[in-house]
Design a protein around this ligand. Structure first.
Ligand code: FE2
Length: 207
């Protein structure tokens, strides 16, 4: 009886958390190998105008290589940049549902398998590898939709903060969906790069 109550409690906790671990797991060694393969083909684009941040897109709008360039790699977000606390909108809005074609150059990597499996389970928008350099942070911001995270390279000093709760997501093949519609941030307080596979999730509802 006690065990049943405990299980229900845990279930409830997960439901109300802004960090929700998913019932799917990938091979971390294969993820890291795939990441290294992609980085050999195409280095991180560090010209995105955000310090210490870079991205590589794994999918695009079919036949449209421009859909993974410049502001399209960043996407719209809201932030409170100054002492007034006034919210402002940055960047361009993205037609996430149109990103359905896996980038051909990376089709031979494990990421294609990961992408195909995740696409069956969730309605995905853009899927990117995101780099957070050592001793760096993002802005305090919110996004239009939740995000799926698969940590590939991380260290104990990498935390994501949503609202006022912080969490380290380990690089062990686990998959998380985070409530990025609330104000959040991610920082890397370590001395090595942090790399996550991050996908926009269009059909996931938080309570
Ligand atoms: Fe975000």
């Amino acid at each position: 009886m006690t065990q049943v109550i405990q299980l229900n409690k845990n279930h409830k906790l997960n439901i109300h958390s802004d960090f929700q671990k998913q019932d799917v797991n990938f091979d971390i060694k294969k993820l890291q190998d795939a990441c290294n393969q992609v980085l050999k083909i195409k280095g991180f684009d560090t010209s995105l105008g955000i310090p210490h941040f870079a991205a590589i897109s794994l999918n695009q709008i079919p036949g449209d290589p421009d859909s993974i360039k410049g502001s399209k790699v960043r996407g719209v977000y809201w932030t409170k940049p100054d002492s007034s606390g006034k919210e402002v909108l940055r960047d361009v809005s993205i037609k996430e549902h149109k990103y359905t074609e896996f980038v051909k150059d990376f089709e031979h990597t494990y990421f294609k398998e990961v992408y195909d499996l995740l696409s069956k389970k969730y309605k995905l928008g853009r899927v990117r590898l995101l780099l957070k350099e050592p001793r760096s942070t993002l802005s305090w911001h919110r996004d239009p939709e939740p995000r799926l995270h698969i940590p590939i390279y991380t260290n104990p000093g990498c935390l994501m903060v949503i609202d006022e709760k912080a969490k380290h997501m380990p690089a062990d093949g686990s998959v998380w969906i985070t409530n990025n519609t609330k104000y959040h941030n991610a920082f890397n307080g370590g001395e090595e790069n942090r790399v996550h596979l991050v996908a926009c999730v269009l059909d996931y509802k938080f309570n």
